[in-house]
Write a protein that binds this ligand. Sequence first.
Ligand code: PEP
Length: 250
Amino acid sequence: MRTPVIAANWKMYKTPTEAESFLTAFLPLVREQTKSEIVLCPPAIDLTFVLAGVQAGSVRVGAQNMHFAEEGAYTGEISAAMLTALGVTHVILGHSERRQYFAETDETVHRKLITALKHRLTPIVCIGERLEEREGGETEEVLTRQIGVAIGGIDPAQLAPMIVAYEPVWAIGTGKTATPEMAADAHRLIRGEVARLAGKSVAERLRILYGGSVKPENAATLLGQPEIDGALVGGASLDPQSFAKIVGAA
Ligand code: PEP
């Protein structure tokens, strides 16, 4: 059995004060739940506040990005060691918005994955096809390439903590959701590719999350698919009640 992961990607929303208000409302709503791992990924500036807010509870805190270098003259960037020093446990890598607006490539995701694993951060590696790629029948090729480049050459024994998020780009922030069948097909493909490249036992333990307009209304159906091991939630994670309902649906 794979423990579901429900992760919030707050993107560039919430000041530290707003993050604290979120926690005041959210934490009591999920205090009793033990079935899923909950991960909050706030903007970097909020990490310290969110870590202090969740303290000894079971909610984990992740970053939305990091640099692959150990340290250096990279203005505006954050290293893996800086994240772990704070108490951050997870990091989102290769989100489609970073690929689209900040020149993230399959190769930089691969380098970041190596660094995250070295620092014992749990990476949430995002992959997903764009609309024109789906319409052009290239989904399989895109997903195979993205996961293949990300994990290629990495010792399978090191890949155990990795989480993958399948996020069809056309479903992110658009209100359009992949059907549960579409998502399950993509997840099967990804798991099969990981099995081919890293072995069956890594693939069987791998948590593959779905992301793309997950809301309280569709969460139960999506999360009810045996292939879907959780969700990466953007918009609907900004509201404590709606994110708690998604956690409840898992
Ligand atoms: C995301 O940012 O990873 C995401 C899935 O966003 P949304 O839920 O808003 O589509």
